[in-house]
Design a protein around this ligand. Structure first.
Ligand SMILES: Nc1ncnc2c1ncn2[C@@H]1O[C@H](COP(=O)(O)OP(=O)(O)O)[C@@H](O)[C@H]1O
Ligand SMILES: [Mg+2]
Length: 277
């Protein structure tokens, strides 16, 4: 077991992922799928991630929480090679992938479902899936499409409909399905629940749970904190591009301070609670 784990300087928060753990659990490299090591990254000269260090465990769902503008989407964009770290390293399975481009990261097994709508709206469901598999070649794509459709019965019934004719939830499911065609080992997903009804959100969350239980590492940004924590394993919170908290999801869910922590920011003063019990 690593005894040199307490290098994190964010003493203001509970960063217990780095703490020594009981027998049987360790922070060996083999548990860790993704690591940010003192990453400085942002847009042009404006740095958003500030010496950010974090670890994401393999085959788990990790939620990325924090107020608007904290840098959550920037983390995903950096992981997917849309931004290049100015300093520090991004590691996948212990291998430095900093500066790799999205195409090579896709080939290494990282898939990204960005926030918002990302389908070709005028194309059919089938055409969207076929394009999603373009890097696989036609034969493999055609072989894999039926397994994807099995996951989404409602979408599969509309295989020849234009993507724009699907409901918001069906479109998000199709986006996730398109990413799954690549059989990614890491799925990055940014605010999938936006614009979806609570029932559809549960469908999406259940699917992510199933994927993680089968071994996929899921890193998800989500504002729907309570329901997301119920199906997640770990929670990481950022504030101003820094890690301010890393805890097990069930422990955070049981924390009586959760409303204060996540209404308006990880260290926000207690807000007048607008959330119904
Ligand atoms: N393309 C961009 N160009 C310049 N600044 C950006 C860009 N995208 C995001 N930012 C800024 O980076 C900061 C973090 O953004 P983001 O990572 O999207 O936050 P979050 O996802 O936590 O809400 C914000 O201040 C935002 O205005
Ligand atoms: Mg965002």
């Amino acid at each position: 077991m690593s005894a040199a784990a307490n290098s994190n300087t964010d003493t203001s928060a509970n960063t217990d992922t780095n703490a020594a753990t009981p027998a049987g659990r360790s922070n060996d490299v083999s548990d860790i799928c993704i690591e940010f090591d003192k990453v400085l990254a942002g847009y042009k000269d404006f740095m958003i991630l500030n010496n950010l260090s974090l670890k994401v465990k393999r085959g788990k769902i990790t939620l990325l929480l924090g107020p608007n503008g904290a840098g959550k989407s920037t983390v995903l964009k950096t992981l997917f090679g849309l931004l290049t770290p100015r300093q520090g390293r991004v590691l996948l399975d212990g291998v430095d992938i900093s500066g790799s481009d999205p195409k090579s990261l896709l080939a290494k097994g990282i898939a990204f479902v960005p926030q918002g709508r990302n389908l070709f709206p005028q194309l059919t469901v089938m055409e969207n899936l076929e394009l999603g598999g373009i890097t696989l070649g036609q034969k493999t794509t055609r072989e894999r499409i039926p397994e994807i459709l099995k996951l989404f019965p409602r979408v599969s019934q509309r295989i020849n409909s234009q993507a724009s004719a699907l409901s918001g939830g069906e479109q998000k499911q199709l986006e996730v399905g398109r990413a799954l065609l690549l059989r990614p080992k890491v799925l990055l997903i940014d605010e999938p629940s936006i614009g979806l009804s609570p029932i559809v959100v549960q469908d999406v969350f259940r699917l992510l749970r199933k994927l993680a239980d089968e071994g996929t590492t899921v890193l998800m940004v989500e504002q729907n904190v309570k329901s997301a924590l119920k199906m997640a394993d770990e929670a990481i919170a950022l504030e101003s591009g820094r890690l301010v908290l890393h805890r097990k999801a069930d422990e955070l869910l049981a924390d009586p301070n959760i409303e204060r922590l996540f209404l308006g920011g990880a260290h926000a003063p207690a807000a007048p609670a607008p959330v119904a019990a």
